[in-house]
Design a binder for this molecule. Structure first.
Ligand code: ZN
Length: 139
């Protein structure tokens, strides 16, 4: 891979996703973690994907969160992922790079499919989806 002449600007990051992977054996842990997250963080909890979807090679649910929450939430996940694999990626104009180049993994590294990941949302008249928190931390 060719390296750019200049470093990328983190201002390009609109938000983040954490994808929590599970299987039949680890689903109870994924349920517990989901409850913990919802009780503590103002994030957008996505629905359960019991079958593989998009670039993801295993069942998971998505947690969308704002940049301002990154340090607090990702550090918390490091300590509390209950052995689950967590895939954290930025959301910029380039979903291909977000998933395949700039992501980080907590736990095992799972395969991802590059199929269907565009190199520019703007070129398609799109933009990263805004985060709409649907949790009630402290509630
Ligand atoms: Zn994602």
């Amino acid at each position: 891979m060719e390296h750019p002449a200049m470093p990328a600007d983190p201002a390009a990051i609109a938000s983040y996703h954490a994808h929590i992977y599970f299987d039949a054996a680890t689903r109870p842990a994924a349920e517990r973690l989901r409850g913990w997250i919802g009780a503590r963080f103002a994030v957008q909890l996505g629905r359960w994907h019991e079958k593989t979807v998009g670039p993801h090679a295993a069942p998971m649910y998505q947690v969308a969160f704002d940049k301002a929450l990154f340090a607090e939430f990702v550090l918390w996940l490091m300590l509390n992922r209950l052995g689950l694999t967590v895939f954290v990626h930025p959301n910029t104009d380039d979903p291909w790079a977000d998933h395949l180049v700039h992501a980080l993994w907590l736990g095992a590294v799972l395969p991802l499919s590059a199929e269907g990941l565009p190199r520019s949302l703007a070129a398609r008249g799109e933009a990263p989806a805004p985060v709409v928190p649907n949790t009630a931390p402290g509630g």
